[in-house]
Design a binder for this molecule. Structure first.
Ligand code: 5GP
Ligand code: ZN
Length: 113
Protein backbone atom coordinates (compact mmCIF):
# COMPACT_ATOMS: atom_id res chain seq x y z
CA UNK A 1 0.00 0.00 0.00
CA UNK A 2 1.67 3.19 -1.23
CA UNK A 3 0.83 5.61 1.56
CA UNK A 4 0.71 3.30 4.53
CA UNK A 5 3.21 4.03 7.34
CA UNK A 6 3.25 0.42 8.52
CA UNK A 7 3.79 -0.97 5.00
CA UNK A 8 6.76 1.41 4.81
CA UNK A 9 8.03 0.17 8.17
CA UNK A 10 7.60 -3.44 6.96
CA UNK A 11 9.63 -2.69 3.81
CA UNK A 12 12.26 -0.74 5.88
CA UNK A 13 11.53 2.44 3.91
CA UNK A 14 10.82 3.95 7.34
CA UNK A 15 13.27 2.78 10.02
CA UNK A 16 12.03 1.29 13.27
CA UNK A 17 13.44 -0.47 16.31
CA UNK A 18 12.62 -4.05 15.37
CA UNK A 19 12.18 -6.59 18.17
CA UNK A 20 11.05 -9.51 16.00
CA UNK A 21 10.66 -10.20 12.30
CA UNK A 22 9.93 -13.16 10.06
CA UNK A 23 8.60 -13.60 6.52
CA UNK A 24 5.03 -12.55 7.33
CA UNK A 25 5.15 -10.25 10.39
CA UNK A 26 7.13 -7.71 12.29
CA UNK A 27 7.22 -6.27 15.82
CA UNK A 28 8.81 -2.90 16.58
CA UNK A 29 8.88 -0.35 19.41
CA UNK A 30 6.10 2.23 19.28
CA UNK A 31 7.38 5.74 18.52
CA UNK A 32 5.16 7.16 21.31
CA UNK A 33 5.22 4.51 24.05
CA UNK A 34 2.25 4.40 26.44
CA UNK A 35 3.93 1.97 28.84
CA UNK A 36 7.55 1.02 29.71
CA UNK A 37 7.22 -1.69 27.04
CA UNK A 38 5.09 -0.76 24.04
CA UNK A 39 5.60 -2.80 20.90
CA UNK A 40 3.51 -2.68 17.73
CA UNK A 41 2.97 -6.02 15.99
CA UNK A 42 1.92 -6.08 12.32
CA UNK A 43 1.49 -8.54 9.49
CA UNK A 44 3.61 -7.51 6.49
CA UNK A 45 0.53 -7.90 4.32
CA UNK A 46 -1.60 -4.77 4.23
CA UNK A 47 -4.92 -5.44 5.95
CA UNK A 48 -6.74 -2.25 6.91
CA UNK A 49 -8.09 -3.33 10.29
CA UNK A 50 -9.49 -6.19 12.35
CA UNK A 51 -12.77 -5.50 10.58
CA UNK A 52 -11.21 -6.52 7.25
CA UNK A 53 -9.98 -9.98 8.20
CA UNK A 54 -11.40 -13.10 6.60
CA UNK A 55 -10.96 -16.88 6.85
CA UNK A 56 -7.87 -16.71 4.63
CA UNK A 57 -6.10 -14.80 7.42
CA UNK A 58 -6.66 -17.49 10.06
CA UNK A 59 -3.16 -18.96 9.88
CA UNK A 60 -1.51 -15.55 9.74
CA UNK A 61 -3.40 -14.26 12.78
CA UNK A 62 -2.82 -17.46 14.73
CA UNK A 63 0.89 -17.21 13.93
CA UNK A 64 0.97 -13.58 15.10
CA UNK A 65 -0.67 -14.44 18.43
CA UNK A 66 1.72 -17.31 19.05
CA UNK A 67 4.67 -15.02 18.28
CA UNK A 68 3.32 -12.30 20.57
CA UNK A 69 3.49 -14.75 23.47
CA UNK A 70 7.16 -15.44 22.67
CA UNK A 71 7.91 -11.72 22.19
CA UNK A 72 6.36 -10.96 25.61
CA UNK A 73 8.59 -13.64 27.11
CA UNK A 74 11.68 -12.27 25.34
CA UNK A 75 10.86 -8.78 26.65
CA UNK A 76 10.58 -10.20 30.18
CA UNK A 77 6.91 -9.32 30.68
CA UNK A 78 6.44 -12.24 33.03
CA UNK A 79 4.09 -10.39 35.39
CA UNK A 80 1.58 -9.73 32.62
CA UNK A 81 0.86 -7.64 29.58
CA UNK A 82 -1.98 -6.47 27.37
CA UNK A 83 -2.74 -6.87 23.67
CA UNK A 84 -4.88 -4.18 22.07
CA UNK A 85 -6.09 -3.80 18.51
CA UNK A 86 -7.85 -0.48 18.00
CA UNK A 87 -10.36 -0.82 15.18
CA UNK A 88 -11.97 2.07 13.32
CA UNK A 89 -12.52 5.67 14.35
CA UNK A 90 -14.40 5.03 17.59
CA UNK A 91 -11.96 2.27 18.46
CA UNK A 92 -9.18 4.85 18.33
CA UNK A 93 -7.35 3.47 15.29
CA UNK A 94 -5.02 6.06 13.77
CA UNK A 95 -2.98 3.90 11.36
CA UNK A 96 -5.01 2.01 8.75
CA UNK A 97 -2.95 -1.20 8.77
CA UNK A 98 -4.03 -3.85 11.26
CA UNK A 99 -1.77 -3.95 14.30
CA UNK A 100 -1.62 -5.26 17.83
CA UNK A 101 -0.23 -3.16 20.67
CA UNK A 102 1.78 -5.18 23.17
CA UNK A 103 1.85 -3.16 26.39
CA UNK A 104 3.55 -4.01 29.64
CA UNK A 105 5.98 -3.05 32.37
CA UNK A 106 3.47 -1.25 34.59
CA UNK A 107 0.05 -1.90 36.15
CA UNK A 108 -2.44 -1.33 33.34
CA UNK A 109 -5.84 0.10 34.22
CA UNK A 110 -9.30 -1.06 33.21
CA UNK A 111 -11.51 0.11 31.61
CA UNK A 112 -9.42 1.92 28.99
CA UNK A 113 -10.33 5.56 28.26
P1 5GP B 1 -3.38 3.14 16.65
O1 5GP B 1 -3.56 4.54 17.17
O2 5GP B 1 -3.73 3.08 15.18
O3 5GP B 1 -4.01 2.07 17.46
O4 5GP B 1 -1.83 2.83 16.78
C1 5GP B 1 -0.88 3.37 15.94
C2 5GP B 1 0.41 3.40 16.72
O5 5GP B 1 1.47 3.54 15.82
C3 5GP B 1 0.50 4.57 17.72
O6 5GP B 1 0.73 4.04 19.03
C4 5GP B 1 1.68 5.38 17.21
O7 5GP B 1 2.46 5.94 18.24
C5 5GP B 1 2.46 4.38 16.39
N1 5GP B 1 3.19 4.96 15.28
C6 5GP B 1 2.71 5.83 14.36
N2 5GP B 1 3.66 6.14 13.46
C7 5GP B 1 4.76 5.44 13.82
C8 5GP B 1 6.08 5.35 13.28
O8 5GP B 1 6.43 5.96 12.26
N3 5GP B 1 6.96 4.53 13.91
C9 5GP B 1 6.60 3.81 15.02
N4 5GP B 1 7.55 3.04 15.56
N5 5GP B 1 5.38 3.88 15.56
C10 5GP B 1 4.47 4.68 14.97
ZN1 ZN C 1 -0.11 -1.09 5.19
Amino acid sequence: MADCIFCKIASKEIPSKVVYEDDCMMAFHDIEPQAPTHVVVIPKEHIASLDEISKEHKNLLGHILLCIKDIAKALDLKEGYRIVSNCGALGGQTVGHIHFHLLGGRQLQWPPG
